[in-house]
Design a protein around this ligand. Sequence first.
Ligand code: NAD
Length: 432
Amino acid sequence: MRICVIGSGYVGLVTAACLADFGNEVTCIEKDQKKLKGLSKGKIEFRELGLDGLIKRNKAAKRLIFADAKKSERSISDADVIFVAVGTPHLKNGAADLSYVHQALKNISKGISGCGTEKFRVIVIKSTVPAGTSDMIERRYKIKNAAIVSNPEFLREGHAVSDFLHPDRIVIGSENKEASNLLSELYRPLNARIVFMSRKSAELTKYAANSFLAARISFINEISNICEKTGADIKQIAEGIGYDKRIGTSYLKAGIGYGGSCLPKDVSALIYTAHKYGEEAAMLKSIDKVNEAQKQRFTKKILKALKKVKGNTVCIWGLSFKAQTDDLRDAPSIPIIKALLEKRCRIRAYDPVSNKKAWKEEPRVKYLDGPYKALKGADVLAVLTEWNEFKMADLAKARKQMNHPVIIDGRDLIDKEKARQAGFYYEGVGTP
Ligand code: NAD
């Protein structure tokens, strides 16, 4: 099939590369000139396991090409299936910003109306959009001989290629049988379970899934706070409840609160939608409130430790919102660092992949190119991202670099017994 993917970010690029690998002819359209120039040379702006090789192989086979959004009309009109995978960040009021989606639809509309051919096309909304968006697009753009389908994406950053190729399920929200069949055929190589539903249900499924994951994180964080007060251990509790089949083990790791480009914005957008329809959304609001408080709680732990040792230098290990990605969008590290800077702390930081991106967010921090270099003269080590290299750190070496041997571990990553044996004061999450 001929495919066009609009937007070459985490979702668009992975979708385009994987579909090209199935033998389709794919054009990936991007409006950001810098990104486009890099992609044409095979350079990807973000880190994603396995994506590099997929892109190289399919570019060489001429099944994957990149095009400028301004010159995309031909690629759009030639395509059988057009994916919209542009960003939908949240506005100040929490609502999803659909301006990029509209821009993409204007391009699609122009490309199709100007081409003169009447062939049937499927326009697939892969971006996360509020319930009713596909209906609105259909009414507003009235694109001839085309069906609008909602096909939300569930991949995780850091595992995006593997998640795309081995999905738990594919959700297709469609009111048009021909379009459903065409998409099913496109996804046939995956041998995946496909759940068909209405477009509105598909759109809301995505928000429900992310809000549910966020709820699990806020829940376990709240229980971990009770553990800290009562002397119970959150790891033991997560295991104790997780083996219950009705509960399951995933997303039960206590920490410093969730972040990233999806969970925070999707919870906000769902609250906005609920309010728009007169619903209170009390539980969704609590998920967000607990998450904000968790970041502040961690900052307070660092400040308390600094006060004890009469120091002000904090070494941060880990900046990206989770391991295996360099993404800093809505990463808890940024508000935590800003809050510490406000309290006149000096910050030295190290992340194996996102130092450069972090510098653009917060230039007042001193970014070092190694974990032990970053520790030099620190009064407190704060662990923010669960990278394996921190888990396996040489604690004796770490201690030698520091002014005071204090670890405040937001991910409960470092073995607390080993830390104490190495002479550290250690404080994790949800442990006595
Ligand atoms: P992103 O910001 O990484 O990528 C979007 C890309 O689209 C950018 O490169 C941008 O320049 C480009 N773009 C915007 N308007 C364009 C236009 N008119 N023409 C061509 N290019 C255009 O975003 P992302 O993380 O890939 O997310 C995309 C969507 O998928 C969002 O709605 C997001 O919520 C959803 N989603 C993201 C993830 C994730 O893990 N990142 C997972 C599932 C779903």
